[in-house]
Ligand binder design. Structure first.
Ligand code: FES
Ligand code: FE2
Length: 390
């Protein structure tokens, strides 16, 4: 029977709970710190006193924080695929509560900038690309790839009219833009790897938008316990313990997948490479079948509490004869993997959209290295408030 294709977006789930509902008084809500003693305290002064002196320490340390309350992390974040911005094209994307404008010059050079024209503030997302650069739709000032105003129909280009440019890169066919505190320069680069089209099929994408945060999504890479409960893997074993090196995390593990149609039980090996909270690459190998698949998990904060998650899949080419047949088979494998990948991420999404972030989770040994992961994430924030108990 033909399977119904998965939708890019599911209907909106109910909002995450940000407060606890009182069962006896359904209309009232209790703040997460509220205890029965608080209810008995009639005056604000008494409640404040309770909050300062008698809220159990344990309860404070397990304080649930809606994931949408996490701050924006520093790092490289995907905003588009290479094919979304062809020479001469201009697009607008959201990144960390603001618009950014991405444009491709006629020469092929890619630029990313703030959206506001320095002349009189028009939005450059409605601009066009000329031989000089990005042309503002309002009075026609033209900005080159460095942000200088290089042409103006109104007279000599004003020297002070400089467009604020943003660091942008293209990696594996993905356009990433740096988001840093205070608008600073990039502090590190994403690890470049080979993507020779002779060896790998072009990436295939899916884009999902939902309530969540890159830290929670990337945490999945080290959350081993959920692999068996949510994704039906079994015998999950660590092949390479978590290794952190600056903004990079590396780990590898193996697992088994049961009841795969026709194939039965399959051994699966995962090598995880995380570069900041916006870029995770998982190389998945199926030793028995000889396939290697590259999966990208690219969460981008668009607005506070909302992420745009790009999923991309590429398959390592196999050589054999007839060549056309192997091309057809490889493409079919890529589509099957992308379908399954999206299905599993949709299961994750139901969790992410409705969970809270616990600063100090009650970790157990089978969880995987969530504690070290949380400590590693601190480097991407101004405030060191995201570490669980040691
Ligand atoms: S506002 Fe852009 S040229 Fe005037
Ligand atoms: Fe998952």
């Amino acid at each position: 029977m033909a399977r119904k294709p998965l939708p890019d977006r599911l209907p909106q789930a109910r909002p995450p709970r940000t407060s606890l509902t009182c069962p006896r008084q359904p209309r009232r809500t209790l703040a997460p710190h509220t205890t029965p003693l608080h209810l008995l305290a009639r005056t604000r002064k008494a409640r404040n006193l309770l909050s300062r002196t008698s809220t159990p320490l344990r309860r404070q340390s397990r304080r649930p924080v809606p994931s949408r309350g996490l701050p924006h992390p520093d790092g490289w974040f995907a905003v588009a695929a290479t094919e979304d911005v062809l020479p001469g094209q201009v697009i607008t994307r959201r990144l960390a509560d603001r618009d950014i404008v991405v444009a491709r010059m006629r020469s092929g050079e890619l630029t990313a900038s703030e959206p506001w024209c320095p002349h009189l503030g028009a939005h450059l997302g409605g601009g066009t690309v000329t031989a000089v650069g990005l042309r503002c739709p309002f009075h026609g000032l033209e900005f080159n790839a460095q942000g200088d105003c290089a042409a103006s129909p109104l007279g000599r280009p004003p020297r002070t009219a400089r467009l604020a440019m943003l660091p942008v890169r293209e990696i594996l066919g993905v356009i990433v833009v740096w988001h840093g505190r205070d608008g600073g320069d990039p502090e590190w680069e994403i690890t470049e790897i080979s993507a020779d089209p002779q060896d790998w099929l072009p990436l295939r994408y899916k884009v999902l938008q939902f309530r969540g945060h890159p830290q929670e999504i990337t945490e999945n890479s080290v959350d081993l316990a959920h692999l068996s409960v949510l994704h039906q893997f079994r015998s999950v074993n660590v092949r390479q313990p978590l290794h952190a090196d600056g903004p990079r995390l590396r780990t590898a593990y193996s697992a088994q997948l049961d009841r795969v149609p026709i194939l039965g039980t399959l051994d699966v090996e995962f090598a995880v490479a995380v570069d900041g909270l916006g870029w995770s690459r998982v190389e998945t190998t199926l030793p028995r079948l000889g396939w290697t698949v590259r999966q990208l998990v690219l969460p981008t904060v668009t607005d506070a509490g909302t992420v745009e998650l790009r999923l991309a899949v590429s398959v390592r080419r196999r050589t054999g004869r007839p060549r056309w047949l192997w091309t057809v088979i490889t493409r079919a494998v890529q589509e099957a993997v992308l379908y399954r990948f999206q299905r599993e991420v949709l299961a994750d999404r139901e969790i992410w959209e409705n969970k809270v972030f616990l600063e100090r989770p009650a970790l157990i040994p089978g969880d995987g290295p969530i504690g070290p992961y949380r400590r590693w994430t601190k480097q991407f924030y101004d405030q060191p408030a995201l570490t669980p108990a040691d």
